[in-house]
Design a protein around this ligand. Sequence first.
Ligand SMILES: CCC[C@H]1O[C@@H](n2cnc3c(N)ncnc32)[C@H](O)[C@@H]1O
Length: 483
Amino acid sequence: MQLQNKKLDWEQFLQIREEVLKAWPTGQEVDLTEAIAYQKQIPVHKRFGQKLEEAKKEGITLAQPRAGVALVHEHIELLRFLVEEGGADLLPTTIDSYTRQNRYNEAQAGIEESRTAGRSMLNGFPAVNHGLAACREVTEAVPVPVQVRHGTPDARLLTEISLAGGFTAYEGGGISYNIPYAKEVPLERSIRDWQYVDRLVGYYEEQGVSINREPFGPLTGTLVPPCISHAVAIIEALLAAEQGVKSLTLGYGQCGNLVQDVAAVRSLEELADEYLSRFGYQHVVVTTVFHQWMGGFPQDESKAFGVISWGAATAALAKATKVIVKTPHEAMGIPTKEANAAGIRATKQVLNMLKDQPLLENQEITVEKELIKAETRAILERLLEFGEGDIALGTVRGFQAGIIDIPFAPSRFNAGRLLPARDHNGAVRLLDFGNLPFGEDIKEIHREKIAQRGKSEGRDPSFQMVIDDIYAIGKGMLVGKPR
Ligand SMILES: CCC[C@H]1O[C@@H](n2cnc3c(N)ncnc32)[C@H](O)[C@@H]1O
């Protein structure tokens, strides 16, 4: 049946579900009626969406790290440490890479190796292999809400076990966990598989259990222009809302220029409200998440704290509901629990110093916000045309035509023709627009700003600028100016 953005028929869903639960033995542990009852007894202070909604009302920004290790008790110890020593307001459970690729046999081997080695031999928590009881042990053992964070194109079984396991929030989407994460997964397939995920969340909502859903905002985390990540966020918001999702956190990865980043967070929330109400989705609570710099980090830990603090400051000034925290080990790899907690403490120090300051607003931010909205609308409206009004169909066709295009994505279903580069203030602009449906007026703004940088650096705008910008922050700068 042709792909369409339409709520999955429950009987059809249950048929698919029989196959989904067979993919690993722990799937047989999931009983939806029992799972709903279990979720209903989770106290309100442990419900992710509830805590986000309260933060939005208070106008404060919550801090959440990433974290996940192979074994259950070590994972619990890690999460407890991040609350007690780091001050985390919200917790993750980052899932390992084998599980993300449905390679449960190798995840199982990783668990055995971790037991033998006495340390985590996986880069995350293998929730499917551990199963329901272990997930409930984790979510019950910590005092704050916990969210599953991963990068899985086919996350259907992981969702079943995560929700039955007491997690009250779940990251990802059919575009955002495919195009930046996989090479060979057809977009139509991942969109369909995430319609299953969101339909399951819709079922929990219908039964009175609210589960927060967060599309993965930063995408490749490498000079992704706000209009691109916003377009993906709005598409995944519309796809999720159609399946009955009511608690949505839309995200954006820090680019580094304050005006652009504050404008990006504000425009994201405004565009979400605009498109959700246009398509008739009522009572969807929208919050925002700002990801601290997702690109290359300095090795030097003091410099890394500078980058982390700049991300915290921007998130607070933008009044993002949540900020995802980096650590001083970012340039090295998976952080120790001490480094992870240190990143959260640095972040919280900045958030606390800024939380009584008003939202940063000025004419520059307003102009930038309107530019981002015009660019994002141009993409979304063309996708709707390509889909004859259907955003799911339009998205698949739009990626094929390069109407939407994610810079530096590995997927062969992505056109990969965009070339982003910073302007002389460090805002991310486009050197090559690929096949984006922008008018000359928008293109001229990008060209002029990049030309200004070329003039100030005494060089013609070129691919070299892109390369210099990719390495700039790791080298202690924002704009990759020639030495
Ligand atoms: C989009 C995800 C990339 C970021 O996600 C961090 N990350 C991945 N896996 C873990 C983990 N198991 N524990 C703590 N951080 C983790 C990386 O460092 C990077 O910043």
